[in-house]
Ligand binder design. Structure first.
Ligand code: OGA
Ligand code: MN
Length: 290
């Protein structure tokens, strides 16, 4: 077996085959995957990774410190019910309920455009999601490239946006994006609001991206509410044009690594409850956006 990389879009997504990260990825292979992910432009699908949860966590640590890792992050005051009971580094997404009535993971997670935990001072860098159980059809995830979207703006628009900052607040999703009241149990006490530049520069690639998302961005600082809403509305429509999108149709044991610094994503919940879907995610603590 040999690592092979093939593009999935001309712009930002690629597929890696020929690797088995379970039976031990040496440092060279891990570094090659990480580089392929950056080279691809922020999204790498690694096929056929039937990883144990332990191995998933170990692999993820090569991308940076993990949310939930007691060694790198002080324990949250409120521990989310969606976190894996034995592995605090794992966030679970699922439409299933355990025998004891507890959810097996967050149902309807990310069913709106967002960048993971952008409401933290240090939002997510990479997220690494492994498909454990999939419906036969449906449950795709759509990604959008905010680097190409930024590049496609006029110079006049770029100049207006560069000095601006926006407020990101977990409340936005809680208020507007979720149908289920269960969202309150996912509150991340005290650490759910942050101000970030609207245009950020990727620390590793040097490329500029838009960094606002309908899930968590509440408003642009310094503008009236209606002005802010109009500018953000334009940016969201612009970013989600088809040429900036990749729609991932999950296969069993796919591992998808995406870069929250330059991408938004949207989970499509078009599958019924009796078709189980269960995913495990590690989330890297990124830099403070600049
Ligand atoms: C996530 C998320 C997408 C999905 O795990 O961050 O948004 O399709 N999930 O489950
Ligand atoms: Mn997400």
């Amino acid at each position: 077996m040999e690592l092979a990389i093939n593009p999935l879009t001309p712009g930002f997504a690629a597929e890696a085959t020929g690797v088995d990260l379970q039976s031990g990825a040496g440092d060279n292979l891990t570094a090659a995957i990480r580089q392929a992910w950056l080279d691809a432009g922020g999204l790498l699908v690694v096929r056929d990774q039937n990883l144990t949860t332990e191995r998933h966590i170990e692999f993820s640590k090569h991308f940076g410190p993990l949310f939930g890792d007691p060694a790198t992050e002080p324990l949250q005051e409120t521990v989310s019910i969606y976190i894996h009971p034995d592995h605090p580094e794992i966030y679970r997404v699922s439409n299933q309920v355990e025998a004891d009535g507890k959810p097996k993971g967050r149902k309807g997670a990310g069913t709106y455009w967002h960048s993971d935990v952008s409401f933290r001072e240090r939002p997510a860098g990479a997220s690494i999601l492994v498909a454990k159980q999939l419906p036969d059809v449906g449950g795709d995830t759509i990604f959008c490239d905010q680097t190409q979207a930024y590049a496609a703006l006029s110079d006049a628009m770029k100049e207006m946006l560069v000095p601006l900052s926006a407020v990101h607040d977990f409340e936005v999703a809680a208020r507007t994006q979720y149908a289920q009241p269960i969202v309150v149990e996912d509150d991340m006490s005290g650490a759910n609001m942050a101000v970030h530049p609207i245009v950020r520069t990727h620390a590793e690639t040097g490329r500029k991206s838009l960094f606002v998302n309908p899930g968590f961005t509440s408003h642009i600082e310094g503008f009236d509410d209606d002005e802010s809403a109009a500018i953000l509305g334009f940016l969201y429509e612009h970013c989600t044009r088809p040429q900036f999108l990749y729609r991932h149709r999950w296969q069993d044991h796919d591992m998808v690594i995406w870069d929250n610094r330059s991408l938004m994503h949207f989970a499509v919940m078009d599958y019924p409850d009796d078709l189980p879907r269960y995913m495990e995610r590690t989330t890297i603590i990124g830099d403070r956006p600049t």
